[in-house]
Design a binder for this molecule. Sequence first.
Ligand code: GDP
Ligand code: MG
Length: 324
Amino acid sequence: MATRTGRSDTAPWSSRTYAAPTEPLERLVEMKVARGLPVTVCLPALNEEATIGPICEGIAGLVGAGLVDALNVVVDAATTDRTAQIAARAGATVYSSDDLLTHVPRGNGGKGDVLWRSLSVAREGVIVWIDADISSFDPSFVSGLLAPLLSDPEIHLVKGFYRRDEPEGEEPQNRRPSGGGRLTELVARPLLSLFYPELAGIVQPLAGETAGLTDSLKRLPFFTGYGVEMGLLIDVADRFGVGSIAQVDLIRRRHRPRDLVALGRASHQILEVVLRRLEDAGRIKLDEEPERTLIQFAPDKLETISTFDPVEERPPLLSIPGQA
Ligand SMILES: Nc1nc2c(ncn2[C@@H]2O[C@H](COP(=O)(O)OP(=O)(O)O)[C@@H](O)[C@H]2O)c(=O)[nH]1
Ligand SMILES: [Mg+2]
């Protein structure tokens, strides 16, 4: 096995990789005003009562400071806990995705569908998506994501990256800033390296902490479910160039881990997104549609679990009547 460090493919990323921001908030507010880009922060949330409160309170502070213009939380009917009430009390405007773009059926839209619908109620300017299950949220996640976008007009999309929690007592020199979750290391990174090496310098390709220009995002299709992040990376790079994507160091982040069965389902969706885009680009030819039912096995039993949760592609929002 040959291992090298510092692959040349990832070299261009050094100029588009930002350190945790040090600018005072007032400077970011000035840049936002100068560019005429109101900021909407949006949290997709499915039963996140344990974590939604502190996240919304932190962002409400940024509303007070004038950096954030709107704080939206998007739940749906499957959210049965107190997420909506807690978010509203902390100052968020709460939407149900069931009430947005109602003429487009939601199906099993999951996260990607919620992000797509959330764009329809974002102010024209910049949208910042933050996962609502983060237990280590800091308002600097938002200012960090905004800094490259507001300071460089070439940038259309910013991804956050972070270190995963290290075992107690780990020596600083052993810390791996790029350590991703299982889905990142086993699925996303190998796929990017194989087929999109120009995107392999993205440290956390599946990070939910993402900011983008609403006008650009509305020109792109969105994949439903957990395929949404990978689809956006491929499509933003294709449409606006790899140089339109930046990433920023958000230092550290903790969220709810998912079990292997759930990760298998997300992996199936991510793989389908990449296969589809490869086929769209004429880079592979599939003789027939991929099988869209995932077969898994119940733990400790030879019993199959079939999941039919195929990814769908939502059209660019600007193509929807009334959204232009
Ligand atoms: N409203 C809504 N939010 C969702 C849905 N699926 C995921 N989310 C939210 O999207 C964010 C990321 O989801 P999560 O399951 O943590 O993904 P992971 O971090 O990739 O494991 C969390 O805030 C979820 O609550 C959904 O179907 N509806
Ligand atoms: Mg999560």
